[in-house]
Design a protein around this ligand. Structure first.
Ligand code: DGY
Length: 311
């Protein structure tokens, strides 16, 4: 970006103050956003010259896409390129939780590995039911990994996938998914409809032996209800790559539990994948600045049109 644009880059670990942000946005023609900044009507009021907004992530719950569309500003995210890395992490924390891999390592490192010591016992994946809510491309990639381990995969989406038989997965209602799954993976995007999707009611429908895995967004789960369900052994275990809030403070009650594994939102965090995400977000930004179509545009109705290809 610095080769082709004048760049103002907020690289502090502290959030950018609103007055600085608004001032920068007033001069800007494009915004390369981080998930921590809210792009809403208030910010866009200052964005008269902005003709493109991009972000290196697939999720965009921090962006008011309708507000961008009303102003004719295309917004580009980075889907596809992070599918395999995120599916690996999802299945990785599921497996690590099921087999207590991280607990075993902590015991070994603490010098507790002695004859007759209490080794951590986990659960088999083979023959178990994995329920995925939010079966998009990451869900399908998780399903493939689970099937290789001998799991049966069921899923719930707002709409049934046409290719679900091909994927070897079965469509079920949300309640059936909660009740039948041995492992439940949440992959829905965060929106007004999915905020708090997993609360006390949903947790109470799960099996007492259920493992709950969230790799989507922390806000999809009611953290207090999850804490109670784990503490009271209403469900067996949780593996979370996302939390609410993020970062999770060291004093958070979830960290007192012994039936939880939490990773710091690293779903797509591999060198290769983050590089692809950054490049795609940069390509989208540079394209938008010269009124060319963004490769991956969320609000297609206001994406730029390739004049040459139309002729
Ligand atoms: C995404 O791409 O949405 C990941 O969660 C990183 O924010």
């Amino acid at each position: 970006l610095t080769e082709q644009c004048e760049v103002k880059n907020w690289d502090s670990t502290l959030p950018i103050p609103s007055d600085v942000l608004y001032q920068w946005v007033e001069d800007a023609e494009g915004i390369f956003c981080s998930g921590k900044v809210r792009v809403d009507e208030r910010l866009l009021l200052h964005a008269e010259k902005v003709r493109v907004i991009t972000q290196a992530s697939v999720g965009y719950d921090n962006i008011d896409v309708d507000a961008c569309t009303r102003r004719g500003i295309p917004f580009g995210n980075t889907p596809h390129v992070l599918v395999e890395a995120t599916a690996d992490l999802t299945f990785g924390i599921l497996l690590s939780a099921a087999r207590r891999i991280h607990e075993g390592w902590l015991q070994v490192r603490a010098g507790e590995w002695k004859n007759n010591f209490a080794i951590p016992f986990g659960n088999d994946l083979y023959g178990k039911v994995l329920g995925i809510t939010g079966m998009g491309s990451i869900g399908a990639a998780v399903a493939k990994r689970a099937q290789t381990s001998g799991m049966q995969v069921i899923y719930h989406n707002r709409n049934r996938r046409k290719d679900d038989e091909l994927l070897g997965t079965a469509y079920v209602s949300f309640n059936e998914l909660l009740e039948r799954s041995d492992f439940i993976v949440v992959l829905v995007p965060l929106s007004e409809q999915t905020k708090g999707l997993i609360g006390a009611r949903e947790l109470s429908r799960m099996k007492p032996t259920a493992y709950f895995i969230n790799v989507a967004r922390g806000g999809i789960v009611d953290s207090d209800a999850l804490y109670r369900a784990l503490k009271n052994r209403q469900i067996a275990y949780a593996a979370l790559d996302v939390t609410n809030p993020e970062p999770l403070p060291a004093s958070h009650p979830l960290l007192e539990l012994d039936n939880i594994l939490i990773t710091p939102h690293i779903g797509s965090a591999t060198h290769e994948t983050r590089d692809k995400m950054a490049r795609l977000a940069v390509d989208n930004l540079l394209a938008g600045l010269v009124h060319k179509p963004l490769q991956t545009c969320v609000n297609q109705s206001v994406n730029y049109v390739d004049e040459e290809r139309q002729i």
